[in-house]
Write a protein that binds this ligand. Structure first.
Ligand SMILES: Nc1ncnc2c1ncn2[C@@H]1O[C@H](COP(=O)(O)OP(=O)(O)O)[C@@H](O)[C@H]1O
Ligand SMILES: [Mg+2]
Length: 315
């Protein structure tokens, strides 16, 4: 028997108040041990998707399976395997840091485990704050505690809902390192983020969601390779008024000040070298020449604009 996916969504749909459809027929399968980044603008449905799995949002229709267990058949026990770092800070302000972690262990049906609490506190650099009242923590420390709470019961599937929005660089780096460590140990990570560099840095696969529809799911490397174009940028030493026809027809554009040419090099198009040669041959005042690779950010913008880059839901 093959291992079941860590998470499987089939036709997941959520309508709020009978009106707004926040998720439409989402199909997605997450492999055990992978880091999956869910990218999409505000209001795309990311938090609703996570909430449906974690039991904070009641789905309208569709199936959710966690490690093969249908949440309709058993809504409680499969969720013991799940951890959530929520987008909003949501803990009781009157407990100490350590207390709130013991409570979390109990909540997930586990005995009080002091060694585990110590381990998590140390991993998140909170070891000196164990006895602090959570209300008194700084914003960054509160964020660290949220992450500790999500992990203290050793979940095999962890959701991070924009965990680094508004946090300092140091916490972001600590968190990235910790996410990599967890994944290396076999934990499955689903991450939503506005920081595209975060997805680019961490993810094995990327899903793009917009207006409740999953537009694309692809290996990050393949996505960058398939859509990642090279861009040739030529700075002219004098103002240029028109480009040679051949160069224009190939898709190169001239900036409005006549000083910069941009040429997107795509599979099947003319190589950048041909464009450069044409510029020299026609005697244009070529100065600096540079090539840039597009990043996930550029690709995402194209997909959300509905450029042909977007393929149907490939889950
Ligand atoms: N509790 C709610 N009641 C009504 N509408 C909601 C609720 N939560 C989210 N929405 C709406 O559902 C859509 C998706 O929201 P959300 O899942 O929070 O998106 P994201 O996390 O991608 O920003 C948005 O249009 C949002 O306004
Ligand atoms: Mg959200």
């Amino acid at each position: 028997m093959s291992t079941p996916p860590a998470l499987e969504l089939q036709g997941l749909t959520k309508t709020y108040g009978g009106k707004l459809t926040a998720l439409t027929e989402v199909n997605l399968s997450i492999r055990p041990g992978e880091i999956f980044a869910l990218l999409g603008p505000n209001g795309a449905g990311k938090t609703t998707l996570i909430g449906s799995v974690c039991g904070l949002v009641k789905k309208t229709s569709g199936k959710i399976r966690v490690f093969g267990h249908d949440l309709d058949a058993d809504p409680v026990r499969p969720r013991y395997e799940v951890g959530l770092v929520p987008q909003e800070i949501n803990f009781d302000p009157f407990f100490t840091v350590a207390e709130s972690l013991y409570i979390q262990q109990g909540y997930y049906g586990q005995p009080r485990d002091e060694a585990r609490v110590k381990e998590v506190l140390t991993a998140l650099n909170l070891q000196n704050k164990a006895d602090a009242i959570t209300r008194a923590l700084s914003g960054g420390m509160k964020r660290r505690l949220l992450i500790a709470k999500a992990l203290v019961h050793k979940p095999r599937l962890v959701f991070l809902d924009e965990p680094t929005a508004g946090v300092d660089v140091e916490l972001r780096r600590d968190l990235w390192n910790y996410v990599r460590k967890l994944a290396a140990e076999g934990t499955t990570i689903v991450l939503t983020t506005h920081y595209l560099e975060e997805a680019e840095e961490l993810a094995d696969r990327v899903g793009v969601i917009n207006e409740g529809r999953l537009l694309l799911v692809e290996e990050k490397k393949a996505l960058l390779r398939r859509l990642g174009e090279k861009r040739l940028i030529v700075a002219f030493t004098e103002v240029v008024s028109t480009l040679p026809e051949l160069v224009r027809k190939a898709g190169a554009t001239l900036s409005s000040d006549g000083r910069t040419l941009t040429y997107p090099e795509r599979d099947g198009g003319a190589p950048g070298g041909d464009i450069l040669r044409a510029l020299y041959t026609q005697g244009l005042p070529v100065g600096d020449v540079e090539t840039r690779h597009s990043r996930l950010e550029d690709i995402l913008i194209e997909i959300l604009r509905g450029k042909p880059a977007a393929t149907p839901n490939a889950a």
